[in-house]
Design a protein around this ligand. Structure first.
Ligand code: PMP
Length: 452
């Protein structure tokens, strides 16, 4: 007789035989979890183990799991009109674009794609074509930061500043340059955070000058580096970057793939700073990852350069699935949930409480720094607090494994830059209840107390 358990066991075996997983090498001792169901902030695997998903999937499931209204929105839309190419239009795409502009508080033209990588690729294509049609045809280069992630495709990966994500896949798309990010924890001793951030921002200007400003199309950056290690700039940094962009005719592309939709305690991460991005990219939290959808929002004055009436001046970009009607309907409903439940404010509140609750970890022998904005936290582990030597892989893996053994999934900036994969990350659903929040705090405190 086949028991339920053995059938489930064979699922893991079949997985091993047939599925190639992202990032991880196959580990016999620790096969992948087979996620079976989710409710609120919690997931259950195929063996019935429950975990609080402290990473909201991949920093994405902002409203939590099991939202019937999202399933219903997709269902209804699929029955009514399952597909429409975005060479034409449909109501959910129109309403969503209008809603996003309301949230951005400005006038952008919205282009739909499927993933964060796609959204950034579209941004690069638009920036290059814009300059061509705006009397600046030699502007084609983009500058981004080391440690930042912008996607997996050949252009978005070229913009990524994480050598381990690129190693053995190069050469990637040409024309992508990098500068160092502000890493306040590792700033030179004796330098103020503000002074250090100004200096880091000025590296963009240096690069622009060294490279000849007429060749620089844009700067792409997240409001804060998320997956690359939760590196939060001083406001002066971004404001200085904006000033540099304006001075040199360089477009500012803000990657809100993680920071958008409440993660940092506001609708968009850049709204913490005095910024006026030319292009904004979004994905993940846009649908809370219930369906794939991404957006490239482009300022009207850029868009206007694509309507010159000249031959080939229009955007010659297309993809099949971008702006799928069901995905747009889910995004609209997802945003409605966030607004009804005040999840942006909740993110700010929970984030503040989390930092307070865990502030004492600064005294832990292996915690170098702890930092966050909204419901997003990074705990930087070190071997030695004095030298700031990054913690070994083993030490980071032990903390993550112990959290999991206690029912909490946490993340890390894995396979980013060799030697600097030492930041434990928390990015839970913004819909966490007070009980969920207490659970997270209890597990983190316990695990760190046991790992001294
Ligand atoms: N930009 C950022 C900041 C991201 O974190 C990611 C994904 N982690 C991407 C872009 C790429 O998104 P996707 O995986 O949907 O292609």
């Amino acid at each position: 007789m086949t028991t339920v358990k053995s059938e489930k066991k064979s699922l893991v075996e079949k997985d091993r035989e047939n599925v190639w997983h992202h990032i991880s090498a196959y580990n016999k001792k620790s096969p992948p979890m087979v996620w079976e169901s989710g409710e609120g902030a919690w997931i259950t695997d195929h063996e019935g183990n429950r975990y609080l998903d402290g990473m909201a999937g991949l920093w994405a499931v902002n409203v939590g799991y099991g939202r019937e209204v999202l399933a219903k929105a997709a269902y209804d839309q699929m029955l009514k009109m399952a597909y429409a190419p975005m060479t034409q239009s449909h109501e959910p795409a129109i309403k969503l674009a209008e809603k996003l502009n309301e949230m951005l508080g400005d006038d952008y033209q919205i282009i739909y794609s499927n993933s964060g990588s796609d959204a950034n690729e579209v941004a690069f294509k638009i920036a290059r074509q814009y300059h061509q049609q705006n009397g600046d045809p030699s502007r084609y280069k983009f500058i981004s930061r080391y440690r930042a992630y912008h996607g997996s495709s050949m252009g978005a990966l070229a913009a990524t500043g994480q050598a381990l994500r690129k190693y053995k896949y190069e050469p990637l798309a040409p024309g992508f340059l990098h500068v160092a990010p502000p890493d306040n924890y590792r700033r030179p001793k004796g330098q103020s955070v503000e002074e250090y951030n100004i200096q880091r921002a000025e590296e963009f200007e240096e690069k622009i000058i060294w490279e000849q400003k007429e060749t620089i199309a844009g700067i792409i950056m997240e409001p804060l580096i998320t997956g690359g290690g939760v590196l939060i700039p001083h406001p002066v940094y971004l404001e200085k970057v904006q000033e540099i962009c304006d001075r040199h005719g360089v477009l500012l592309i803000i990657d809100e793939v993680i920071c958008g939709f409440g993660r940092t305690g506001k609708a968009f991460g850049h709204q913490h700073f005095k910024l006026k991005p030319d292009i904004i990219t979004m994905a993940k939290g846009l649908t809370s990852a219930y369906l794939p959808l991404s957006v490239t929002a482009v300022r009207k004055d850029i868009y206007d350069k694509f309507d010159t009436g000249e031959e080939n001046s229009h955007l010659r970009h297309i993809n099949t699935f971008g702006g799928n009607p069901a995905a747009c309907a889910v995004a609209l409903k997802n945003i409605e949930i966030m607004e009804d439940e005040n999840l942006f404010e909740r993110s700010a509140e929970l984030g503040e409480r989390l930092q307070k609750e865990l502030a004492h970890l600064k005294d832990h022998p292996f915690v170098g720094d702890i930092r966050g904005l909204g419901f997003l936290l990074g705990i930087e582990l070190v071997e030695d607090k004095e030298t700031r030597e990054p913690a070994t892989n083993e030490r980071v893996a032990k903390i993550i494994g112990d959290c999991k053994a206690n029912g909490l999934i946490v993340g890390r900036n894995g396979d980013t830059v060799a030697g600097f994969n030492n930041i434990v990350a928390l990015s839970p659903p913004l819909s966490c209840t007070d009980e969920d929040f207490d659970f997270i705090v209890t597990v983190i405190k316990k695990v760190f107390a046991e790992n001294k």
